[in-house]
Design a binder for this molecule. Sequence first.
Ligand code: HEM
Length: 410
Amino acid sequence: MQDDTKKKTTIEEEKGISGWIEYRLPVSSFLKHIASYQVPKNLNYAWNFGSLAGIALILQIITGIFLAMHYTPHVDHAFNSVERIMRDVNYGWLIRYTHAVGASLFFMVVYVHIMRGLYYGSYKRPREMVWFIGIFIFFAMMATAFMGYVLPWGQMSFWGATVITNLFSAIPLVGNKIVIWLWGGFSVDNPTLNRFFALHYLLPFVIIALAVLHVIALHRFGSGNPSGVEVKSDKDTIPLYPYYVVKDCITFGLFFIVLFVFVFYAPNYLGHPDNYIEADSMVTPEHIVPEWYFLPFYAMLRSIPDKLTGVLTMFGSILVWFLLPWLDKSKIKSGAYRPLFKKFFWVFAVNFAFLAWLGGQEVKEPYITLSRLSTLYYFAYFVIVLPLLRKYEKSEGLPKTISDSVPEMK
Ligand code: HEM
């Protein structure tokens, strides 16, 4: 009888154990295929932040799993179990600080990644799906970080959870019911802590799945590049390995340097001291502030006196990203060749940082008015500036090919 497998494949089975395995499980040919993947030759360092986000995600999962081995999700024990991790568990302090600082750095990396997308028009045709999946990832990251912050059961954990979950009560008719459903009771309590722990463990794996889809969508048309001109010939590309793999290693190294500088020298710099006080439902902290990466959105929420409008503004500030491919119809993708866009973009970036600063201030004048103005510019950038630029802006020196944009690499 003829061997059926011979008909189906032209791949030769090599000798030895590795040959036997490779024939049946072609891992090394898969890796070779990825290594020879062609990437535009002119990518700058802004393109390193996607792989860096992947590393940050893996680091969070690894440290998180070790933390979960010693953490107790119960209101009577959670705070003390974290103290035990810090004092008694071997290298517990290192694992916990790496996880806490790692979360902050993960957000920094992803914020740069998003800003890169906004500047170089990465959301434009044909990569809209990469962008949309990215927005879902960002929502999932925010949910994960929010629930993670509740777990140590400190004062900020408890009051942050109370304030943010209460926002849902602004929804007409069903709002209060939703809040009670989210809490699993009539206040933030043990059932809330338990479900937050379960979801905080689960969501990172959902993020992994989304990140895989993100990369599959990216590989459909390949990476964009700083010129905004698509790949036209082999001359425009170089293989992923060794060029970009080596370049990525540089930013991986820098990432770990920054991470460990914080972990060893200023581990609590990015956190709030009140979270070292155990949660007490009878004592409200003077200022309830979320982690720094939520501050721009928190500033928008607080700038509006009506609760429902505030909540809609806050969620709308991210949902508006979904409309970007239609709001910015300029044919020129890259901000580098858009003289007017460039100026508005940098004002947008500074304004976003300013919003973060405002989110950390008290709710009083002049911060309220400033927050309103900043929120206005934030939205105006998307719904007024970008559509108008399409009409009035002339591009500047757009190259015909990627190779033309980097003559020094010819
Ligand atoms: C866990 C979080 C994320 C991971 C692991 C991730 C991973 C990646 C990777 C590996 C790339 C290719 C390399 C690069 O262009 O930097 C990429 C590209 C991209 N990402 Fe993400 N990403 C994440 C979050 C996001 C978010 C939140 C957004 C936007 C809201 C986003 C939007 C994009 C876009 C538009 C591209 C294509 C850029 C281009 O080729 O011009 N990503 N991402």
